[in-house]
Design a protein around this ligand. Structure first.
Ligand code: C2E
Ligand code: MG
Ligand code: MG
Length: 762
C-alpha cells in the first residue's frame, strides 16, 4: 500500500533534485529543462491534486495553477522581452504581475476555506506588513524607482515588486497564524509563499541597485517555492482545509511576538538609521499612525473575541442544545433569584411537565423522531408562555414552565398547556399525538428551588397515576405516595416472578336476552403485605417501566388457556369470546402478533373467540405503525375493540380507517345515564355513529337496571358491569355463570387461575 503522502514526497524529491541541477549547472540545457519541468510539473500537480485528493473546493487550486502558468510564461518571455522596446518590453512583467494577483487571490480563498483569514490573524498580518512596508519602501522601492537611466516604467515596476512582497508577507503571516497550519499541506503552502518572498527579496535588493537580471542561485528559491506548492497540492491533507474550524481565541505565541515586535519598531529604526526624518516625517507619521490604529484594532478584536466566546460558553452551559431552551442550571439559578426576590410575596409558580409515552416514540420511531417531537413541543410551549414566563428543558421529555401569578394563573396555564399539545404533531411521513402529565406547585416562602422541582415532580407523577394527560396541584401528602410508587415498581417485578398475579373474569352479556357471551380478563395482584392492589395503581407503572409487555403477554396466554379449558369441558362454544386488554406498548412491540398466533394454534381456540381491547390513546400513538399491527391481527381473525371509547380524541373519520370490530363505551358515560341528559345524547351519538360503521357496541360499568334498559333501548348490543357480576376467579366465573365446577385433579389441585411465569410458555 502506498502511504498517503507518497506522491507528494516523490514530487518533492524529484523537484528538489532538479532545483539543485538548475543551480549547479547554470546556463546549461539541463538547467533550462529542469526549470521548465519543475514549473510545468507544479502546474500539473495543482491541477490534478484536488482531483486525486477529492477536494470539495478546487477553485482556489485552479487559481494557483493559473498563477504557476503565468509565472512560467513570465520567465520564458523575459529574455525575449528584454530585447524589445516600447510596450512589448513589459510583456514579461505583465505575466508576472497577473501571476502575483492570481496567486494572492488563490491563497486568500484557501485561507477562507481553511478557517483562516481570522480577524486577529488578519490584523497581525496588517501590523507586520505595515511595519515591513517602511524598510521595503525606503530601501527597495524608492531607490529602484529613482534610477533614471532607463525608461520610467521599468523603474516604477522595479519599485512595485517590493510592495507586492509586502502583500505576500501579509499572506504568509495569515497562513502561519491560521488554525489550518496543523495540516501538512498548509505548511507546504506557507513554505512556498516564503520561498517566493525570499526570492523576490533577492531581486528587490539588486533591483534597488539598478540590476534586473540575477543569477541561477537567486532563482533557486522560486523553483523550490514551485516544488513546495506542487507538494502541497498533492498532499492528501489538502482536502481537509474545509474541516478546520477556526479557534475563537488564540493564545499569544512566541512566533506572533517575534514577527509583530520587530514590525512595530521597523519604521522607526529605518527612519532614524537613514536620518531622513526631515524628508520622511510624513511617512513616519502616517506609518506609525496606521500601526497605532492596527494595534488598537487588534486589542479591541482580541477582547471582543474573548467576550463573544465567553458569552457562547455561558449560553452553552445554560441552554439545551436540542431545543435552545434554558436548561436545569439556568432554571435553578433563575428560580433561585426569583425566590430570593419574592420571599414574603409568594406569587409565582412552577409547572413540571412530562410527556406521556415518550419512550415509546423513541423506541419505535427512533431518536430522530423523538428529537423532532421534543422540538415541536418546545416551540409550542414557548409560543404559549411567550413573555409571561420561562420555559426550560430539564432533559429527556421533561419541561418546566415558571411564571408570575397566583394559583389560579398556574392552573390556567397548566390547562392551556394540555390544550396546545392536543393538536397532532406533524412530522415528515408521520403524525404523532402526544399528551403530557403535569405537576403544579406555587411558591411558598420556605421553598428552595430543588424542593419546588421535587414537589412539582411528585404532583406530576400523581397526574401519571391518575391516567395522564392532566395536571395536579401539589399537596404535601403526595410525597408519601411517591415512595409508594417506587416500592410498587420493585414489588411488581417480584410479583411477576413469584406468581402473585392472577386473572379475574367479568361476564359480558348480550343486551337482548341477558346471556353470557364472553368475559373480560382483568389482571389482579395479591400483594403479600398490601393485599389486593387495584390495577390503576400498578398498570400505569408497568407501562412506564415496560413490565406491561411481560404482564400483558402472561394475561393473554393465561386467558386463552382458560378459554381452552372451558371449551374442552364443553361449557362454552364459538359464541364465547374472551376480551383481553392490550397496552400501547404491546401494540407497537414485536411480540404480540406471534404470541397471539401461536397460542391460538397450540390451544385450538378459534381466533374469533379472542377480542383484544385497545384504548383510544394506544391507537393514536401513531397512525401508520399501529394500523399495520391492527391489520395483521385482524388478518388472523382476531376481534379488535376500542376500549374506554369517548374519553380520547379519536374522531369518526379516524375510527373508520381502523379494522375494528367494536367499541366499548366508557363507564363515565354510563354512570349518570339515568340522570344526565347530556350523557344520553353523547351515548346516542356514539351508538348511531358506530352502527353506521358496522361496529358492535358494548357498554361497561352497568350497575343498575335503569342503565341497562336505557342502553338496550338505545341499541347497545352488549353490556358489562356489576349488574351481572364483578370480575372473579375462573372457578367462580364458571360456577356462577355456567353452574360448572371442575373435577378435582388428584395430587395437583388447581388454583382458580394458576399464576405462571410468562417464561413457562415460551
Ligand atoms: P378497563 O379495561 O376499562 O376495565 C374495566 C374496568 O371497569 C375494570 O376495572 C372493571 O373491574 C371495572 N368495572 C367493571 N364493571 C364495573 C361496574 O359496574 N362499576 C364499576 N365502578 N367498575 C366496573 P379494573 O379491573 O380495576 O381495571 C382497570 C383498568 O386496568 C382496566 O380498565 C384496564 O385498562 C386496566 N387493566 C386491567 N387488567 C389489565 C391487563 O391485563 N392488561 C392491561 N394492559 N390493562 C389492564
Ligand atoms: Mg378493557
Ligand atoms: Mg374500559
Amino acid at each position: 500500500m502506498i502511504k498517503p503522502g507518497a506522491l507528494s514526497g516523490v514530487f518533492g524529491a524529484t523537484g528538489t533534485a532538479m532545483g539543485v541541477a538548475f543551480a549547479t549547472l547554470p546556463g546549461s540545457a539541463v538547467a533550462s529543462v529542469s526549470a521548465l519541468l519543475v514549473g510545468l510539473g507544479t502546474a500539473l500537480a495543482t491541477a490534478l491534486g484536488p482531483r486525486i485528493n477529492r477536494s470539495a473546493r478546487p477553485v482556489p487550486w485552479r487559481m494557483l495553477t493559473a498563477s504557476t502558468l503565468l509565472f512560467l510564461s513570465g520567465i520564458v518571455a523575459r529574455p525575449w522581452a528584454a530585447q524589445q522596446s516600447g510596450v512589448a518590453a513589459l510583456t514579461a512583467d505583465l505575466f508576472t504581475l497577473s501571476a502575483y494577483a492570481m496567486m494572492i487571490l488563490g491563497l486568500v480563498l484557501l485561507l477562507r476555506v481553511g478557517g483562516g483569514l481570522d480577524r486577529n490573524a488578519f490584523i497581525d498580518g496588517m501590523i507586520v506588513s505595515l511595519g515591513m512596508a517602511a524598510p521595503a519602501v525606503q530601501y527597495l522601492s524608492l531607490p529602484a524607482a529613482r534610477i533614471a537611466d532607463r525608461p520610467l516604467v521599468i523603474s516604477v515596476l522595479a519599485g512595485l515588486y517590493p510592495v507586492i512582497d509586502v502583500l505576500v508577507l501579509f499572506i504568509i503571516v495569515n497562513l502561519a497564524f491560521s488554525t489550518a497550519i496543523r495540516l501538512t499541506s498548509f505548511r507546504l503552502l506557507s513554505i512556498s509563499a516564503s520561498m517566493l518572498f525570499v526570492g523576490d527579496l533577492g531581486y528587490a535588493v539588486i533591483g534597488a541597485q539598478g540590476r534586473l537580471v540575477g543569477s541561477a542561485l537567486m532563482d533557486l528559491p522560486f523553483l523550490l517555492g514551485f516544488v513546495a506548492l506542487g507538494m502541497s497540492a498533492l498532499h492528501p491533507s489538502m482536502a481537509r482545509f474545509a474541516e478546520i474550524v477556526s479557534q475563537p481565541v488564540q493564545p499569544w505565541s512566541l512566533m506572533r511576538l517575534s514577527l509583530i515586535g520587530p514590525a512595530l519598531v521597523a519604521p522607526f529604526v529605518v527612519l532614524s538609521a537613514t536620518r531622513t526624518i526631515d524628508r520622511g516625517w510624513f511617512t513616519a507619521v502616517v506609518l506609525s499612525g496606521l500601526l497605532t490604529i492596527a494595534l488598537v484594532a487588534r486589542a479591541v478584536s482580541a477582547v471582543g473575541r474573548l467576550a463573544e466566546t465567553q458569552a457562547e460558553w455561558l449560553h452553552e452551559a445554560t441552554h439545551d442544545s436540542l431545543t435552545g431552551l434554558p436548561n436545569r442550571t439556568f432554571l435553578v439559578s433563575s428560580v433561585g433569584a426569583r425566590i430570593a426576590g419574592e420571599r414574603g410575596h409568594g406569587t409565582f409558580w412552577l409547572i413540571y411537565l412530562d410527556l406521556d409515552d415518550f419512550k415509546l416514540v423513541n423506541d419505535h420511531w427512533g431518536h430522530e423522531t423523538g428529537d423532532l417531537l421534543l422540538k415541536q413541543v418546545a416551540d409550542r410551549l414557548q409560543g404559549l408562555v411567550a413573555r409571561d414566563g420561562t420555559v426550560a428543558r430539564l432533559g429527556g421529555d421533561e419541561f418546566v414552565v415558571v411564571g408570575d401569578g397566583d394559583q389560579d394563573r398556574a392552573t390556567t396555564m397548566a390547562e392551556d398547556i394540555l390544550q396546545i399539545l392536543r393538536k397532532p404533531i406533524l412530522l415528515p411521513d408521520l403524525e404523532l399525538f402526544t399528551t403530557a402529565s403535569i405537576g403544579v406547585v406555587c411558591c411558598t416562602e420556605q421553598a428552595g428551588v430543588e424542593a419546588m422541582l421535587r414537589d412539582a415532580d411528585v404532583a406530576m407523577y400523581r397526574s401519571k397515576a391518575d391516567g395522564r394527560n392532566r395536571w395536579t396541584l401539589f399537596a404535601s401528602q403526595m410525597r408519601e405516595s411517591v415512595s409508594r410508587r417506587v416500592q410498587t415498581e420493585i414489588d411488581l417485578r417480584a410479583a411477576l416472578a413469584q406468581g402473585q398475579l392472577w386473572v379475574a373474569f367479568q361476564p359480558l352479556v348480550s343486551m337482548a336476552n341477558v346471556t353470557v357471551v364472553g368475559a373480560e380478563a382483568l389482571v389482579r395482584w395479591d400483594h403479600p403485605v398490601r393485599g389486593a392492589v387495584p390495577p390503576p395503581e400498578f398498570i400505569g407503572i408497568a407501562e412506564e417501566t415496560g413490565l406491561i409487555n411481560e404482564i400483558g403477554e402472561w394475561v393473554l396466554l393465561e386467558s386463552l388457556r382458560q378459554v381452552a379449558d372451558w371449551r374442552g369441558a364443553g361449557i362454552v362454544d364459538e359464541a364465547f369470546s374472551i376480551s383481553v386488554n392490550v397496552s400501547a406498548r404491546q401494540l407497537v412491540g414485536d411480540r404480540l402478533l406471534e404470541t397471539v398466533e401461536s397460542a391460538l394454534q397450540r390451544l385450538q381456540v378459534p381466533p374469533s373467540c379472542l377480542t383484544l381491547e385497545l384504548t383510544e390513546s394506544a391507537l393514536m400513538v401513531d397512525g401508520t405503525r399501529a394500523l399495520e399491527m391492527l391489520e395483521h391481527l385482524r388478518g388472523l381473525g382476531v376481534r379488535l375493540a376500542v376500549d374506554d371509547f369517548g374519553t380520547g380524541y379519536s374522531s369518526l373519520s379516524y375510527l373508520s380507517k381502523l379494522p375494528v370490530y367494536g367499541v366499548k363505551i366508557d363507564r363515565s358515560f354510563v354512570k349518570d345515564l339515568a340522570h344526565n341528559e347530556q350523557d344520553e345524547t353523547i351515548t346516542r351519538a356514539i351508538v348511531a355513529m358506530s352502527h353506521s360503521l358496522d361496529l358492535v357496541i358494548t357498554a361497561e360499568g352497568i350497575e343498575e337496571d335503569e342503565q341497562y334498559r336505557i342502553l338496550r333501548d338505545l341499541g347497545v348490543e352488549r353490556g358489562q358491569g356489576w349488574l351481572w357480576g364483578k370480575a372473579v376467579s375462573a372457578t367462580s366465573f364458571a360456577r356462577d355463570h355456567f353452574g360448572w365446577t371442575p373435577a378435582p385433579v388428584v395430587g395437583a389441585p388447581r388454583t382458580p387461575s394458576t399464576p405462571v411465569h410468562p417464561g413457562a410458555y415460551s
